[in-house]
Design a binder for this molecule. Structure first.
Ligand code: DQA
Length: 160
């Protein structure tokens, strides 16, 4: 089980950035679909974008569904929002749907590719029904868009 130190109060300017299976291989994995940037590159982009809005990013990647569920639970009452690229879990991991449903705050579903323009099995997202919105198909720029969306949803510093 993943253990995360939890504070007693929610940090209104802290966002959890979650990545699911195979996204640790970004940069090497199907670059024609996902681009050549690594996961570290994307996390850096997210951190830079978030910093401009006075938001801190806590990033985590796992290839294991339960680890992601644990991490979402640990964000409850501690993080203000979640940005999640669940990878293939997007399409069938109802435990991630349920964990996100128990999170009180904005949730942005993020994909590098546009799953709706790909194979039919990618057209279903079990995360979308519990997300505030979905950003997909914009490649690396999606990270800037996702963090800007979170900042917009949280409101300016000091007003949340
Ligand atoms: C993905 C799309 C998913 O369908 C796929 O399984 C991934 C990556 C994306 O970012 O485009 O692993 O989430």
């Amino acid at each position: 089980m993943t253990t995360v130190t939890t504070g007693s109060a929610i940090d209104e300017r802290r966002v959890l950035l979650l990545h699911g299976p195979n996204l640790n291989l970004l940069g090497e994995r199907e670059p024609e679909v996902y681009g050549t940037a690594t996961l570290a590159d994307h996390v850096h982009t997210a951190e830079q974008t978030a910093a401009a809005f006075g938001i801190a990013v806590e990033a985590y990647q796992s290839n294991h569904e339960g680890d992601l569920v644990d991490r979402i639970h640990a964000a409850r009452g501690r993080c203000a929002a979640i940005v999640i690229n669940p990878g293939a879990f997007t399409h069938y991991a109802w435990s991630i749907h349920d964990a996100l449903a128990a999170f009180d705050g904005p949730i942005v579903e993020l994909h590098l590719s546009n799953p709706n323009a790909r194979e039919p099995w990618r057209h279903t997202s079990v995360v979308a029904p519990v997300a505030s919105g979905t950003i997909c198909g914009f490649g690396a720029a999606g990270y800037e868009l996702a963090l800007a969306a979170v900042a917009r949803l949280l409101g300016p510093t000091g007003e949340t």
